[in-house]
Design a protein around this ligand. Structure first.
Ligand code: MG
Length: 447
């Protein structure tokens, strides 16, 4: 795996071996030059390397005349919302999202609270490469202020959502096991659950940044929380990733529902209240097509990546959208993946439903999704994709993002990763055997 990944959505790397303070400084200077003079919101997840990188980023932003509003350790969606609410020119979230502990990075946020798009991101990368930094003189450098209310404001906005009825959720007295993997969710999600009257059993809810397991909320990493749900006879398990933009749910039986179901359940809930188009990425479960069809609304698919989904949602006035990796985007609050907002939706949904989370999940059609990857050695990603495209030319292909082959109720999506030198192969079918067979067939063709 490459040790530093520079993409239009930001920078991610292994700290001290690819990602250094110099890199962070340069990108902060470039981002400040791109954003123009004004306030930049800076937030970070709980990683132990976050404070060091923040100091470099602070120096970079101040040196080009940006002021800083430091909102401290918080979820990525909190930083996005703060940019919008505080009328900042932009924001930097210091996080490597779901990557392991040795990684860190920067997610770059534009003035509207959305991540930079490809054109904007390319400008920042170019400024950083050309080192065209508009340094300020001694009397024009920026000022840094601490702003401590961002989390409280995010929390208030969630509790204020039209379709969240805290009283009704409190009446249900849900017992919830919460696993924040010692990430930034720790500073917000426990507060949200207690405001909603849940009996919370916290595990890994200290924001130490010392992740006790692989922090990506995939079923294979969630054994501790699953066992705890059973032992505590809880109604539900809730898991967020280190920067709390992805949400995974565990049933009362201690079984992960799978991240695809987080957005599916949220979509089912929202469409029950208001009708409108939904936007999901090309890799997101087919169950969204079923849900949309039964509600008589349209599904629009985009390239993978939050910014693609968010921009399209804004264009079409979507009522909900997101990504199948547990990323729920609720435009009523802001256009970014927001795990805390997803938690409130899930609890409201459950409060209005008379049964368990498993029973609720079973009201939706079931599919099995397999997400795998191929590490490329002697072949470029584009060559691999061309090969698949020509070999399957006489089948139904969707070329929105990489190549997606559609076969009845099954599909397989092949695309290069945005953040790692690999090709992702995602297959979905009504049964595990069909999904595996489809993924296998494609992997053999790539190799
Ligand atoms: Mg994340």
């Amino acid at each position: 795996m490459a040790k530093l990944m520079v993409s239009v959505s930001g920078v991610r790397g292994i700290v001290g071996d690819g990602l250094t303070p110099e890199i962070a400084l340069r990108f902060a200077q470039a981002f400040g030059a791109f954003s123009g003079k004004g306030k930049v919101v800076v937030g970070r997840d709980s990683r132990v390397t976050g404070a060091m990188l923040k100091d470099a980023i602070t120096a970079g932003l101040l040196s080009v005349g940006c002021d800083i509003l430091d909102i401290g350790v918080c979820p990525t969606p909190t930083t996005q919302m703060a940019v919008e609410n505080l009328k900042a020119v932009g924001g930097i979230m210091i996080t490597a999202s779901h990557n392991p502990i040795m990684w860190n990075g920067m997610k770059l946020i534009g003035h509207a609270g959305l991540f930079l798009d490809a054109t904007e991101g390319e400008q920042v990368v170019r400024i950083s490469q050309e080192k065209m930094f508009p340094f300020s003189s001694w009397d024009r450098i920026g000022v840094k202020l601490e702003y401590s209310k961002a989390i409280a404001e995010h929390l208030a906005a969630i509790l204020d959502l039209d379709f969240v009825n805290p009283e009704q959720i409190r009446d249900r007295k849900l017992k919830v096991v919460l696993d924040c993997v010692c990430g930034a969710g720790s500073v917000m999600v426990p507060k949200l659950l207690s405001r909603l009257g849940c009996d919370v059993v916290p595990i890994n809810c200290e924001p130490t940044g010392l992740f006790p397991r692989n922090p990506e909320p995939l079923p294979e990493h969630l054994t501790e929380v699953c066992e705890k749900v059973i032992a505590e006879q809880a109604d539900l398990g809730i898991v967020v990733d280190p920067d709390s933009d992805r949400l995974a749910l565990i049933s009362e039986k201690g079984e992960p529902l799978g991240e695809e179901r987080t957005l599916a359940l949220a979509t089912h809930f929202i469409l029950g209240r208001k009708k409108g188009p939904i936007v999901v990425n090309a890799s997101t479960s087919r169950v969204h097509d079923d849900i949309a069809e039964s509600n008589g609304v349209e599904v629009i698919r985009t390239q993978v990546g939050e910014i693609h989904v968010a921009k399209r949602m804004r264009e079409v006035g979507a009522v909900i959208g997101g990504e199948g990796n547990g990323g729920v985007i609720l435009p009523d609050i802001h256009l970014g993946r927001d795990a805390p907002a997803g938690v409130a939706l899930t609890l409201q949904h459950l409060a209005e439903f008379s049964g368990t989370i498993s029973e609720l999940n079973d009201t939706l059609p079931n599919y099995v999704i397999i997400k795998t990857k191929v590490e490329l050695e002697n072949i470029e990603p584009s060559q691999a994709l061309d090969k698949i495209r020509s070999e399957y030319a006489n089948e139904t292909l969707d070329l929105t993002d990489g190549v997606k082959l559609l076969r009845g109720k099954s599909w397989v999506h092949i695309r290069p990763s945005n953040t790692e030198p690999i090709i992702r192969v995602i297959a979905e079918a009504p049964t595990a055997a069909e999904a595996e067979q489809l993924a296998q067939e494609i992997m053999e063709h790539i190799k």
